[in-house]
Design a protein around this ligand. Structure first.
Ligand SMILES: [Zn+2]
Length: 192
């Protein structure tokens, strides 16, 4: 067979862009591309804010008295930075702490220790489905007896979808409520 393949455009030698290609960039994009740190979002831990959780809350425009997350929430692992939840999705709640950590294993250095129940802590409450998250992972269900006498609950821990770091929070199997510990996520303050 003789070589009769159709000539293909060689890679790298594409025809020069015609006049039609000179579309204008969306406003702000050029500046964003030029900004050297544009790809490295700045994420801060909760303890880095002077006023703690109050600095990462904003008023919910649709629900009087409710406070929601002011910044995108990211994985706390240094070097991961996976976006877990977009801003304005989680509702701030102070509620009972949950003993999520295995007492027989050392806590990962990027995870803040939570208060020992029945002390309270700060949570982001996300409802009604995991679709509200940008990225989230779940562990297998665990039988959790909790700190107060009562029925055993079946919980799943929330973990980073990218690197599996966790527990970052919890949900009860079949529940429409997902709880992220405010101290176990980072806050992406880029552009603010
Ligand atoms: Zn991660």
């Amino acid at each position: 067979m003789c070589e009769t393949s159709q000539p293909k455009e060689p890679a790298g030698l594409a025809p020069a862009a015609g006049p039609d290609q000179s579309v204008s960039l969306p406003p702000g994009l050029f500046e964003a591309l030029r900004r050297p740190s544009a790809r490295n979002s700045i994420s801060r831990s909760l303890q880095d804010f002077d006023n703690g959780v109050m600095d990462v809350c904003s008023a919910d425009a649709t629900k009087q008295g409710a406070l929601i997350n002011k910044y995108d929430l990211t994985c706390p692992r240094t070097g991961c930075g996976c976006v877990i939840l977009k801003r304005d999705v989680g509702m701030w709640v102070e509620g009972a702490s949950v003993g999520m950590d295995d007492p027989n294993r050392p806590l990962h250095p990027d995870l803040a220790p939570l208060p020992v129940p029945p002390a309270t802590t700060h949570w982001w409450l996300i409802t009604p489905s995991p679709m509200e998250f940008e990225n989230i992972g779940f562990t297998r269900a665990v039988q959790f007896s909790g700190e107060t006498p009562g029925p055993t609950r079946t919980l799943k821990w929330l973990i980073c979808a990218e690197c599996d770091l966790g527990p970052l929070g919890w949900t009860e199997e079949g529940s429409k409520e997902f709880w992220l510990a405010c101290s176990r996520v980072k806050y992406s303050i880029q552009g603010n």
